[in-house]
Design a protein around this ligand. Structure first.
Ligand code: PMV
Length: 326
């Protein structure tokens, strides 16, 4: 294999503190509102891309299996975009592996498209600045744009492709905010987020959620800067409940929560009333992300582990952005 035409990259998924839900432009995945997240250590996708002139079609292996159907088409479209940018015409061999379950509300598409973007661009010989890599990753999956920069990250929105890229608000070393993910299901969700984004505008609540987003974004930015978990927790929970209210009131309605999801929300409120600093957020799935600081980590993990229905608690600290590793 010609090493000049191949590259491997690593990317972490991220958890959104202020959620992106709905697109103002579906084809370009221009988000309806800006969002903020942090990258998650320990969870990662590693992707190798090799452009091989002898291949007649892209060959895609994801988590040990050949990719098929809509998932494969999405990856091929992404590669086509990078081929068009670089002038590379060869088909690619892509091997991608994540060390966590896909499609369960731990943004696997974020790390997948971030790693694919960095590896494919490098394999094509494209040397692009971070904001451009982030824009390309966004075309594969909106949240993937946020897995490109380091640590705590904001994805801006705008009316044009050039305006919607992510940038780092603070390095991963800035604040040891911990995400304890209570896994209550490993089942892939029945309605993926691409379809969910399409439904967002059918909820009468989406407009109010989007209009109030600048206030929540500002509060979140400041809380990160000041490492203020109390303020952060308040705005993060409100933002998550706004997104799930939109999901539930979309047509057709989307209900990602399981009974145990609600049970965890009650438990964390109860712990908080007894002085434990922790807050919850939930992506497009039933698993609950419980945020805390290192000082209360043991208590949070032990509390979550004892809730019937919680299978495993995954602990993630802030992580760097996507990088080429070979
Ligand atoms: O990147 P997508 O299309 O999987 O959308 C992500 C949507 C949420 O995870 C629910 C929210 C977010 O901002 O990450």
């Amino acid at each position: 294999m010609d090493s000049r035409l191949s590259a491997t990259a690593r990317a972490h998924p991220n958890i959104a503190l202020i959620k992106y839900w709905g697109n103002r432009d579906e084809a370009l995945r221009l988000p309806a509102n800006a969002s903020i997240s942090f990258n998650l250590s320990g969870l990662e996708t590693i992707t190798s891309v090799a452009f091989e002139p002898r291949l007649t079609a892209d060959s895609l292996e994801i988590d040990g299996l050949p990719a098929q159907g809509a998932a494969a088409e999405r990856v091929v479209r992404h590669l086509d975009h990078i081929r068009a940018l670089s002038g590379q015409r060869a088909r690619a061999r892509v091997v991608s592996r994540s060390n966590f379950p896909a499609g369960t509300g731990i943004a696997s598409s974020a790390s997948a498209f971030a790693a694919l973007t960095v590896a494919a661009c490098a394999a094509c010989g494209l040397s692009l600045p971070e904001d451009h890599l982030s824009r390309i990753a966004r075309l594969g999956s909106g949240s993937a744009a946020r897995s490109i920069p380091d640590g705590f990250v904001a994805l801006e929105t705008g009316a044009r492709d050039e305006q919607a890229f992510a940038h780092s608000l603070a390095a991963h070393t800035h604040w040891d905010l911990v995400d304890c993910i209570a896994l209550v299901s490993r089942e892939p969700k029945s309605v993926g987020s691409s379809e969910g984004h399409r439904r967002a505008a059918t909820s009468p609540l989406q407009l109010a959620r989007v209009e109030d987003a600048p206030r929540r974004l500002e509060a979140c930015r400041r809380a990160i800067q000041e490492k203020d978990l109390l303020t952060l927790g308040e705005v993060v929970e409100q933002d998550c409940l706004l997104m799930h209210s939109v999901m539930m009131t979309s047509r057709p309605s989307l209900l990602y929560w399981l009974p145990v999801t609600v049970h965890i929300l009650h438990q964390v409120r109860e712990w908080r009333s007894h002085g434990l600093a922790a807050a919850c957020t939930i992506d497009a799935g039933p698993n609950v992300h419980c945020l805390c600081e290192a000082a209360s980590l043991e208590q949070v993990v032990s509390g979550l582990s004892h809730i019937p229905g919680v299978g495993e608690v995954i602990v993630c600290h802030p992580a760097p952005g996507a990088t080429r590793i070979s």
